[in-house]
Design a binder for this molecule. Structure first.
Ligand SMILES: [Zn+2]
Length: 341
């Protein structure tokens, strides 16, 4: 059994490869063995884990059973993964592992087709809702954000805690673009109940559009404005500034966003203190106003939906008359697929 490299056996646990072509598997293993040796020589680093000559690799490949070949190929994938990690660091890697490296990971370096790729994926897997979300995103980005937002991956599915209409995951260091998840119930149609207690007649393209606007503001705060610096992603100067910039653009001229702060207010009908002062207590209050009157902070945190609903703009949602052509124009949410959550 001296031809059976133990390290490769150990790596077998990483492998669930359905190797069916033994010929290719054997060639790959020989190629990997040679590459591994060359790499170790080039790098001049630590002793290679497995030292074999070409003939030994050929002998191994010739004698190995199919399960052994599978395990060995698992080792190749794992080894390439390690090489990829090492190459981020300082050890020079000769990397003559071209024959198999392309299987090791999706080492995508050309992202020029990303927008088209994500739209294709969305249209393929979500059909019209998938197309709609990107059409809405393009409109929102161009119209309200000067096309400065990074391109997101937009998916449809249950959101965190189920209670959110949408959810945006940003990378704090902006090392990758954002992901936006939209709840399928936004479009209504397929479900009698929705998790938010919103009348089913409100749901649809316009309601989903407002959710996309909301998520786009999160993206803007996180990627354009350097991140939220306040108490929360909504109760922060950046969010409030964006809401106030967008409100008139969305026709919500009566709304003024403001922060949510704790302040001391007089206790009504309370006697004066021993020192003869008015009794006060701390109260959390919103600085937001609607039509000049104080408005709850939920209008800021759930902008723009909560503002529209408070203003009684139910027809806006019922009519679904969005200012751009989109895949849900006919009010059809597309495939009524049997989705199980
Ligand atoms: Zn939010």
């Amino acid at each position: 059994m001296s031809t059976k490299p133990t390290a490769i056996t150990d790596w077998g646990r990483y492998s669930e490869l359905g190797v069916t072509d033994e010929g290719s598997a054997r060639s790959a293993i020989v190629a990997w063995g040679l590459a591994h040796r060359a790499m170790a020589l080039y790098a001049g680093g630590p002793e290679p884990v497995i030292r074999r000559g070409k003939k030994q690799w050929q002998a191994f490949a010739a004698e190995a059973t199919v399960p052994e070949l599978r395990r060995a190929l698992g080792g190749i994938l794992f080894e390439n993964h390690l090489q990829a990690r090492r190459s981020d660091q300082t050890t020079p890697i000769g990397a003559p592992i071209a024959p198999v490296v392309r299987y090791s990971s999706l080492a995508v370096t050309d992202t020029s087709g990303l927008e088209a790729a994500t739209k294709l994926v969305a249209a393929t897997y979500y059909r019209r809702p998938g197309e709609f979300a990107y059409q809405a995103w393009e409109f929102v980005n161009a119209t309200y954000f000067g096309a400065e937002l990074p391109w997101p991956l937009i998916t449809w599915g249950l959101t965190a805690h189920g209670g959110c209409l949408g959810y945006t995951a940003s990378a704090a260091d902006r090392s990758r673009p954002p992901r936006i998840q939209l709840h399928p119930s936004l479009l209504g149609g397929t479900e009698k109940e929705n998790p938010w207690g919103i009348s089913p007649g409100m749901l649809g393209a316009a309601f989903a559009f407002d959710t996309i606007v909301h998520e786009a503001i999160h993206v803007s705060v996180d990627y354009r404005l350097g991140g939220a610096t306040g108490e929360s992603s909504h109760n922060c100067a950046e969010w409030i500034a964006e809401v106030n910039r967008l409100a008139p653009l969305l026709g919500l001229v009566l709304f003024q966003a403001g922060s949510n702060r704790v302040r001391r207010v007089a206790v009504p009908d309370a006697p004066l203190t021993k020192r003869g002062k008015v009794q006060t207590k701390p109260v959390r209050q919103s600085d937001a106003t609607l039509n000049g009157r104080p408005a709850g902070f939920d209008l800021v945190a759930r902008f723009p939906r909560a503002v529209r609903l408070t203003l009684g703009q139910r027809d806006y949602y019922r009519r679904n008359a969005l200012p751009f052509e989109h895949a849900l124009q006919a009010g059809d949410v597309g495939t009524k697929a049997a989705e199980r959550f």
